[in-house]
Design a protein around this ligand. Structure first.
Ligand code: ATP
Ligand code: MG
Length: 579
């Protein structure tokens, strides 16, 4: 079934925004179709008058009119095509932007389930099919349908029997086409889903080129690749078969139509009901409807793709974030008190955080320790509300974060992740997240304050130096330093640092130490620590083990207690124990 209703609702939404252009388009389209119908009438008059033996001087004006009409027809159809493309692409570009914004709002579990490649295919591929179809839809399908109706009216006016015969024929032909189309649409849907899957795999492969090669995963990846291609093949073949069936039907229709016209024409010419000009007129109109029929048929293939795309676009729009973001409470500015109250969380069935509680005073620093996989990063994610806990509450500055306005929350909490994401852009854009309103002076100020001026001076073009995506060319430590600058510019009340677990060279380590000192001034800090130096700056320490808090308290008190886990850690050397 073609989702005509959802199609129209969605398009109407986007067309409403460009009323004037749509109105212009309608007017030019009607004009060009009207003109097209006038042409054969002029020829008919010309023929009949010539046969009646009228003088050439009276025939010439008709010929001139015919030429004028022909030129105007072309002119208007060019304008209509231009407008249709404009309308189509404007509407679908807006749709693309809305979809992208919508997807960025979805929660992290959605993004974990869908690969970047798939999202590209869904946001761009599916929407391009709409643009493609839609710009053509107005001009070809609507325009051609109108033309067909016009032709029918003209035929009925010329001769009722001819009109009736050809109308019946067109209705039957259309019925057959629709039948075949209903069969072919699901086939295309399958093809598009497969191609999204393939894009997903390719995206994953490109993203992980280094790891795949380095770990000898090429063979495995190629097997998956060919596996998808192999199952793609029969789907493509069936999809194309549907298209070929439509095509064949339309050729057959055309043949039957021509035979019908000549038969009707000869019958009515012989009994004197039609003049020779009349027969020409009927033939010419039927011939004229050949192109629209052909184009409507062509559009049906596009419509199949677009219809498959539109339900997927709609499906994406209907995707709701698992997080309720309707909260309006504002997180206060300045250093924040952090309370985690009896929180339970798991990404799926497995519990990752089990009844975790803590209460961190505003302006204090908490060091979080634990082995790999103990749930440290997960805890940080709950604080920035990338996920909601299954049980328990998280409060920042006394406000429960599920009630807080999401913007205010993200502004007041700054997080530096274990592997900082850098964009393929200048250092300036990487620092400001493409916010052009941040003046260079402010950037230099922050960079100097964090002790990064020496590093910046070593970059060939200063702030304009382009970084490669994935941060190649930068060490993990340098990338973290860049992320610190981002946070400094935002000036949040809570800073969460998820330290890179890789070891740092002494020079970078020194820079980081200095930068962290500055970053934590007048802010609350949660540091997921992998280094001893970081632990010693914490006021409180929390140790996680398999998602449970096994030790939590004042650092000095814990360090003084020879039986505490912290003391054991410090004696054994934490890098060795936690590595
Ligand atoms: N996005 C995710 N989806 C599903 N499971 C996840 C996800 N992220 C982490 N996990 C799982 O949750 C558990 C805790 O992971 P987490 O990343 O919080 O550990 P961590 O303490 O930060 O470890 P590390 O020191 O290696 O960074 C692990 O078992 C991990 O496999
Ligand atoms: Mg982690």
């Amino acid at each position: 079934m073609i989702p005509v209703r959802s199609y129209i609702t969605l398009l109407y939404d986007y067309l409403r925004r460009q009323k004037v252009r749509v109105a212009l388009l309608t007017v030019t389209m009607f004009t060009s179709i009207g003109l097209m119908l006038v042409g054969p009438q002029l020829v008919r008059t010309f023929l009949d008058r010539a046969i009646d033996g009228e003088p050439t001087s009276r025939l010439i004006p008709i010929a001139v009119w015919f030429m004028v009409v022909a030129v105007l027809t072309q002119l208007f159809s060019v304008i209509a095509t231009y407008l249709a493309e404009q309308v189509g692409w404007t509407a679908t570009n807006e749709m693309r932007a809305d979809l992208a914004a919508h997807v960025l709002d979805l929660d992290m579990s959605f993004h974990k389930q869908h690969t970047p490649g798939e999202m590209i295919e869904r946001i761009d591929g599916d929407v391009t099919a709409q643009a493609d179809f839609f710009s053509a839809f107005a001009i070809r399908v609507l325009g051609n349908s109108l033309l067909m109706v016009g032709v029918m009216v003209m035929l009925w006016l010329e001769n009722v029997w001819v009109g009736l015969g050809i109308t019946l024929f067109f209705l039957v032909a259309l019925g057959v086409m629709l039948r075949i189309q209903a069969w072919a649409v699901p086939l295309w849907k399958q093809v598009r889903a497969r191609s999204a899957e393939l894009m997903g795999l390719i995206g994953e492969q490109l993203g992980g080129t280094e790891d795949i090669r380095g770990n000898g995963g090429v063979g495995y990846m190629m097997r998956r690749f060919t596996g998808i291609l192999r199952s793609w093949l029969p789907d493509q073949v069936m999809g194309r078969m549907g298209f070929a069936a439509l095509w064949g039907t339309s050729i057959f229709n055309y043949l039957v139509g021509t035979v019908l016209v000549f038969w009707l024409g000869s019958v009515f010419f012989n009994d004197g009901t039609l003049t020779l000009g009349g027969v020409y007129l009927i033939f010419s109109y039927t011939e004229m409807s050949r192109r629209p029929m052909e184009q409507i048929r062509e559009q049906m293939e596009r419509f199949q793709k677009a219809a498959a795309g539109i339900s997927r676009v709609q499906g994406l729009f209907d995707e709701r974030s698992a997080l309720d973001t309707s909260g309006t409470a504002l997180i206060p500015g300045g250093a924040l008190r952090v309370e985690i109250d009896d929180v339970v969380f798991g990404y799926d069935e497995e519990v990752v955080l089990d009844r975790v509680s803590l209460d961190l005073e505003a302006g204090h620093v908490l060091g979080v320790l634990g082995r790999s996989g103990s749930g440290k990063t997960t805890m940080a994610r709950l604080l920035t509300r990338l996920y909601d806990p299954i049980h328990g509450e998280v409060r920042l500055g006394g406000v429960e974060i599920s009630q807080a306005e999401i913007r205010s929350l993200r502004r007041q909490v700054g997080m530096v992740t274990q592997d900082v994401q850098l964009f393929r852009a200048t250092i300036r854009d990487n620092l400001t997240f493409f916010d052009e309103t941040v003046p260079d002076e402010r950037l230099h100020e922050v960079i100097t304050e964090l002790g990064l001026d020496g590093w910046l001076a070593s970059m060939p073009d200063g702030l304009d130096t382009r970084l490669e995506s994935g941060g190649s060319g930068l060490s993990a430590g340098q990338a973290q330093l860049l992320a610190f600058t981002r946070i400094f510019l935002e000036d949040p009340g809570l800073v969460i640092l998820d330290e890179a677990s890789s070891r740092l060279d002494p020079a970078t380590e020194k820079l980081i130490e200095r930068a962290v000192d500055r970053l934590l001034q007048d802010r609350t800090g949660i540091i997921i620590a992998h280094r001893l130096a970081t632990v010693t700056r914490a006021d409180d320490i929390l140790i996680l083990e398999d998602g449970e808090v096994v030790e939590y308290g004042n650092r000095r008190a814990l360090a003084a207690d020879p039986d505490s886990r912290l003391s054991h850690l410090l004696i054994a050397g934490m890098e060795e124990v936690l590595a």
